[in-house]
Design a protein around this ligand. Structure first.
Ligand SMILES: [Zn+2]
Ligand SMILES: [Zn+2]
Length: 223
């Protein structure tokens, strides 16, 4: 910012007579046996000098930390530059101030992640919700919304919520989607009744999910 003491002029007090040339603006130099009058190097020929401002030590500007508010527009991306006109360094000798560029860094979120305008979230579901299907509440960047879990959903399966992602940066832009990744949570069965129900379920649904991992089965399948 411009120095508050000298208002950017970098000088203090009234001009004094230059002590080097006594106000003449010229000094005498010897060149062999000749004398030359040359421009006084101290005052630049003006015959006057000014003391440097004690606050800014003749710089005309001082450094200051300031805080200011600015608006983050919807759709702002990580690494984006925002220009604040006239909020940069003070101009030289009271001239116009420069611009301030802000580089936006988006902090990681414990729930949501973002790629482009798509928002990703992982949502735990129970084995019954995944097997039978369910309507569950899922978080979005604007609060909760309902999501239909189709029957037979597998862990890792990704379901799309259209236009629940990042807001468009411009009026013509489309809003991004939210992708919900399903993670099936297996219950820790403690009581005998639940264990019996699961054993009964297993007898009714005799299947080997690892069948295709074994070579002899694969060759059987391909023959
Ligand atoms: Zn000053
Ligand atoms: Zn001088």
């Amino acid at each position: 910012m411009p120095c508050p003491t000298c208002h950017g002029t970098a000088t203090a007090g009234a001009a004094m007579v230059c002590p080097e040339c006594n106000g003449t603006g010229q000094v005498t130099q010897m060149g062999g046996r000749m004398k030359f009058n040359v421009q006084c190097p101290r005052c630049g020929g003006s015959g006057k000098v000014q003391r440097a401002c004690p606050t800014c030590h003749g710089q005309g500007t001082v450094a200051r930390t300031d805080s200011m508010e600015f608006r983050i527009k919807p759709g702002t991306r990580d690494g984006q530059r925002i220009r604040l006109a006239g909020k940069g360094n003070a101009g030289v000798r009271g001239g116009a101030a420069g611009d301030l560029y802000l580089i936006i860094r988006i902090e990681p979120d414990p729930i949501f992640s973002r790629t482009g305008d798509t928002i990703y979230v992982t949502v735990p579901v129970t084995i019954t919700e995944a097997a039978l299907g369910a309507k569950i509440d899922v978080p979005t960047i604007e609060g909760r919304t309902q999501l239909k879990i189709p029957p037979g959903t597998q862990t890792g399966q990704k379901l799309r919520l259209r236009e629940k992602g990042v807001m468009p940066a411009s009026a013509e832009g489309a809003r991004g989607d939210q992708i919900v990744e399903v993670r099936i949570v297996v219950p820790k069965v403690q009581d005998e009744r639940s264990k019996e129900i699961l054993r009964e379920f297993s007898r009714l649904n005799a299947e080997d999910p690892r069948r295709e991992l074994f070579a002899e089965v694969r060759s059987e399948v391909h023959q």
